[in-house]
Design a protein around this ligand. Structure first.
Ligand code: UT7
Length: 350
């Protein structure tokens, strides 16, 4: 019997046009461009300024671009899994709202929370529905309006995060490409190292929680940094060892974009050069669940069928994971004038 793999057969992303540069942040908190660049690698981030738009809007835009690019009828989507740390609202799920925005009337849909590892977790979940043969088209979305929970008076966190969304389509593959292996982890003992204290059932919103700024991200930067360096590299190495991959066999590393130093350490452990590392943290900062699909979308034109790529993430929880994918397709032929274009609020097609 031929085994069914889940393959990524299309990818797209959407980023707001407005930029928040290091020069802007220098005016908001006590920091410098040099410090931010040296300690994190971030130069600017995108911010969704429209107060009437949230994570669902960005996820829907990324999905619509994917449908356009692949000429997909929304009614052929079976399932939507939306990874987000900044849901449109507490409930219903952001995936339900996106489903309405993009017209996937036949699909069921739910959110998945895994903080910065949410997207890789969602891929791992979506993969199961394809491999069992019960679903033919699973849309996996990562979308985060981080600016809605960033404290722009806290220099330890406001330098890092940005807004954005990405979406991939998973479909069955029987030719040997697709998601070939993955390892997922979590350790809730790390929950107070990176979290949003209030707004949940433990600490519902009160005047006090608002006054104490408890609805914003709190992070013990150094502790998270040390764990991230260790775990992202560990799981990337695990993927290589388990699948008998040497450095020369890897086409690309797709790392979560939390800090350039963490990414460099992971690439060093894998023994690969910077030319094989998808790195765009300088332009977008940490978009949480959206970093991986944004990278895949930006590098899509360079990916070839059969390429070995390793995805790796670390995030709040703690959560972390790695995935080995044999890429399923060569770049989509399209108008050369649009090559390398990243869709923004004013660009409706890739
Ligand atoms: O995606 C989820 C996973 N998230 C992460 O992986 C983020 C992990 N953490 C980090 O990326 C880093 O910890 C940061 C970039 C947030 C901070 O870098 P660091 O090298 O760990 O700095 P630190 O927190 O150890 O702070 C060193 C010093 C402190 O001053 P003192 O106490 O030594 O006087 C901070 O107050 O740097 C100070 N500092 C700053 N100085 C200028 C902290 N933030 C800033 C800032 N500008 N923005």
């Amino acid at each position: 019997m031929t085994s069914i793999k889940a393959a990524i057969t299309g990818v797209s992303c959407w980023l707001p046009e407005d930029k928040l540069t290091n020069a802007d942040i220098e005016k908001m908190v006590d920091t410098t461009n040099e410090w931010i660049m040296e300690r994190s690698g971030v130069s600017e981030r995108r911010i969704l300024r429209d107060p009437n738009k949230g994570s669902a809007f960005m996820g829907a835009e990324a999905s619509k671009l994917l449908f356009e690019k692949k000429n997909i009828d929304p009614l052929t989507i079976d399932l939507i899994i939306c990874a987000t740390a900044t849901p449109e609202m507490q409930f219903p799920a952001t995936a339900n709202i996106i489903s309405d925005m993009i017209g996937t009337k036949r699909a069921w849909s739910f959110d998945l929370k895994g903080a910065c590892s949410g997207f890789i977790y969602a891929l791992q979940v979506g993969r199961q529905f394809i491999e069992t043969g019960t679903h033919k088209r699973v849309l996996v979305i990562g979308t985060d309006k981080m600016s809605s929970i960033v404290d722009y008076t806290d220099r330890g966190t406001c330098i890092l995060f940005g807004d954005g969304a990405g979406a991939v389509l998973l479909e069955p593959d029987t030719t040997g490409t697709g998601i070939l292996d993955a390892s997922m982890y979590s350790d809730g003992a790390g929950r107070f190292s990176l979290y949003q204290p209030a707004g949940g059932s433990l600490r519902p919103a009160t005047e006090e929680t608002v006054r104490n700024r408890e609805h914003f991200i709190k992070m013990s930067g150094q502790g998270v940094f040390k764990m991230a360096v260790e775990k992202m590299a560990d799981v990337a190495e695990e993927m290589m060892v388990k699948n008998h991959l040497e450095s020369k066999d890897i086409s690309f590393l797709v790392p979560h974009q939390a800090n350039k130093r963490i990414i460099d350490a992971t690439a060093n452990r894998m023994g690969i050069g910077s030319e094989k590392v998808m790195l765009n943290i300088q332009k977008y900062g940490n978009t949480t669940t959206a970093t991986l699909p944004i990278c895949l979308s930006e590098w899509e034109n360079q990916l070839k069928r059969g390429d070995n790529i390793i995805l790796t993430t670390f995030g709040a929880g703690f959560t972390w994971g790695g995935m080995y994918i044999k890429w399923a397709y060569d770049k989509v032929k399209k108008d050369p004038s649009l090559e390398n274009a990243v869709p923004t609020e004013h660009s409706s097609s890739l």
